[in-house]
Ligand binder design. Structure first.
Ligand code: HEM
Length: 309
């Protein structure tokens, strides 16, 4: 199906300009335009009974399904140290194998919100970060002075996490769920670790290895499965659907969609990395994109995938 289902982009920038905005900010790395450093794992997903009251999406009706999960650091820098500020927010991307054929994806990060309301503003921010990197700080200063949410995003990321497995992740952009009876709800995804959120102490952070997250995750998953709960946060009347920079209140009802059990490392070969392709509009019947930023994202991710072939 057409996951965009009538939602139109409101963006002036072309998809190629959107990929180039990341290269301008982070350098012209061909791996992934953003969230370049990461690790791939495998496991399974078991939907919760409440999920099918919200959507008729096939992976949320019952029965355990295989998943592939990629945890990542922010920026397009493939060897960014896990210890620097720019490595946050961290990313979590999930590919669910649908019953029969096909797949669906959820792509989330570890901040409940986004620095800008629109894609064009996000591009201005990234171009300003690029200019600052080349010695011209004025555009970034001006952007942050006029966009307080972006300033909050850049300055209030959580402390260094103990593990990619001890962070909560947020889908940020809204989707539309439709159930068997045709009832519609707008939702945002949340992924909450069963281990709870855990952070390094200042002393641990001061001595953490630049690649500590990969080493930690390998050890953790060899000992026992990593589990997360997947929730849909439900919009109420008046909640903004089209602006990911505004988080919905924590008081909004959350419905449990299911449990992820991540049980083993994937091969993590170059071939696997090249072939693994997440897209936020890879959605089955019963789910549609609702925030037009998702349409922009859907057009941009394949260009970055093409660059790493
Ligand atoms: C206008 C907004 C956005 C644009 C243009 C954009 C673009 C991109 C691109 C080009 C990639 C690389 C895809 C690939 O090479 O496979 C990517 C990856 C990613 N993005 Fe976005 N993105 C946007 C917003 C977001 C938001 C709101 C989130 C989180 C909620 C997010 C989370 C991620 C993650 C986690 C990855 C890594 C996926 C993986 O592991 O392969 N992005 N994004």
């Amino acid at each position: 199906q057409d996951g965009n289902a009538g939602v139109e982009s409101k963006t002036a920038a072309t998809p190629i300009q959107m990929v180039d905005m990341f290269h301008s900010a982070f350098g012209a790395h061909p791996a992934r335009a953003v969230h370049a450093k990461g690790i791939i794992l495998e496991g399974s997903f078991t939907p919760a009974p409440e999920a099918r009251r919200l959507t008729r999406a096939p992976h949320l009706q019952g029965g355990t399904l295989p998943i592939v999960v990629r945890f990542s650091d922010f920026t397009g820098i493939p060897d960014i140290p896990d210890t620097v500020g720019a490595s946050r927010p961290r990313g979590m991307a999930i590919k669910f194998q649908l019953p029969g054929t096909g797949s669906t994806d959820i792509i989330a990060h570890s901040f409940n919100g986004f620095p800008t309301a629109t894609t064009d503003e996000f591009r201005s921010l990234l171009l300003a970060i690029g200019a600052a990197g080349s010695g011209n700080a004025a555009p970034l200063q001006q952007f942050l002075a006029t966009h307080p949410v972006a300033k909050t995003f850049l300055t209030t990321q959580k402390p260094l996490t103990t593990s990619w497995a001890t962070l909560s992740y947020f889908g940020v952009n809204a989707f539309k769920f439709t159930n068997q009876a045709g009832q519609v709800r707008f939702v945002r995804y949340q992924l909450i670790p069963d281990a709870g959120e855990q952070f390094l102490t200042k002393a641990q952070a001061a001595t953490a290895d630049p690649n500590y997250l990969q080493a930690e995750l390998k050890q953790r998953v060899a000992a026992q499965p990593i589990t997360f709960k997947l929730y849909a946060q439900l919009a109420e009347k008046g909640d903004v659907i089209e602006n990911p920079s505004v988080a919905w209140p924590d008081s909004r009802k959350r419905v449990l969609l299911g449990t992820l059990s991540i049980s083993r490392l994937a091969p993590n070969t170059v071939a696997e990395d090249k072939a693994l392709f997440f897209n936020p509009n890879n959605v089955p019947a019963g789910i549609n994109v609702a925030d037009p930023m998702l349409v922009d994202r859907a057009r941009t991710y394949p260009i970055s995938v093409g660059e790493r072939q």
